[in-house]
Design a protein around this ligand. Structure first.
Ligand SMILES: [Zn+2]
Length: 233
């Protein structure tokens, strides 16, 4: 009886069927079967705002691994990560970021920083999904994940219905580097990571706090890119 309950609990955390097609998973697969994982649409483009932000000195590079499309396996994966407490789905996604960042030979990255959630929101969700993604990047690159160096000082209302400039205003001044962490960040090459980027407003605001703390190279990397108004995940 107890064993049965325990197995049920394990299945809840790590499902043994594919989230998208329900086929049984083999030992090496997590969340999605090989076919559904291979069918995820890679984001091989540059963000519409990337050049402008690099030229302004706000970041040194930006990238996303997948397109976020509604009704596809990526949506199932994000749903599992955000609302079903499947932190390991974030690790799987983070490893894909890590593989792309590992191909960069010019820069030696020093730190990975997950975009922090406001503590009220973290309390609701119980964990920060971007920390799971950071953990996945760390699995590939083997560099330190730093949490707590940047804090989200303001609770920002949901941005779903806002356009890019409204989103920028909405998050203005929302992040701050802890004074005691400033030394740790100075001159360091950083990967700043989040689950989804849309207009980039949130992650760019967080990036600006890191640049003010005089970090070195700064890459912003997300598991997925969603076009504005592609719906709420
Ligand atoms: Zn499948």
């Amino acid at each position: 009886m107890l064993k049965k309950i325990f197995n049920g609990f394990l299945n809840f955390i790590l499902p043994n069927t594919c989230l998208a097609c329900d086929e049984p998973l083999t030992g090496a697969q997590n969340y999605l079967c090989e076919k559904c994982f291979a069918a995820l649409q890679r984001y091989d483009e540059i963000h519409p705002w990337q050049k402008e932000e690099i030229a302004a000195g706000n970041i040194d590079h930006s990238m996303s691994v997948f397109w976020f499309r509604e009704g596809t396996a990526i949506q199932q994966l994000f749903h599992a990560l955000k609302y079903q407490k499947m932190q390991k789905a974030g690790i799987l996604l983070g490893e894909e970021i890590g593989k792309l960042a590992a191909a960069e030979k010019e820069i030696k990255f020093d730190l990975i920083i997950p975009v922090p959630l406001h503590k009220a929101r973290k309390r609701d969700r119980t964990y920060n999904q971007s920390e799971s993604i950071a953990e996945g990047i760390n699995n590939i690159l083997g560099i330190e994940v730093v949490t707590g160096a940047v804090t989200r000082s303001r609770y920002t209302p949901t941005q779903t219905r806002l356009n890019r400039s409204e989103r920028k205003d909405n998050v203005k001044g929302a992040f701050a580097v802890n004074p005691e962490s400033a030394q740790q960040l100075r001159g360091k090459n950083i990967i700043l990571t989040d689950d989804v980027i849309t207009t980039g407003a949130t992650i760019l605001e967080c990036a600006s706090a890191l640049k003010q703390a005089k970090c070195g190279k700064l890459w912003i990397c997300s598991a997925a890119y969603a076009e504005l108004r592609s719906g709420n995940i």
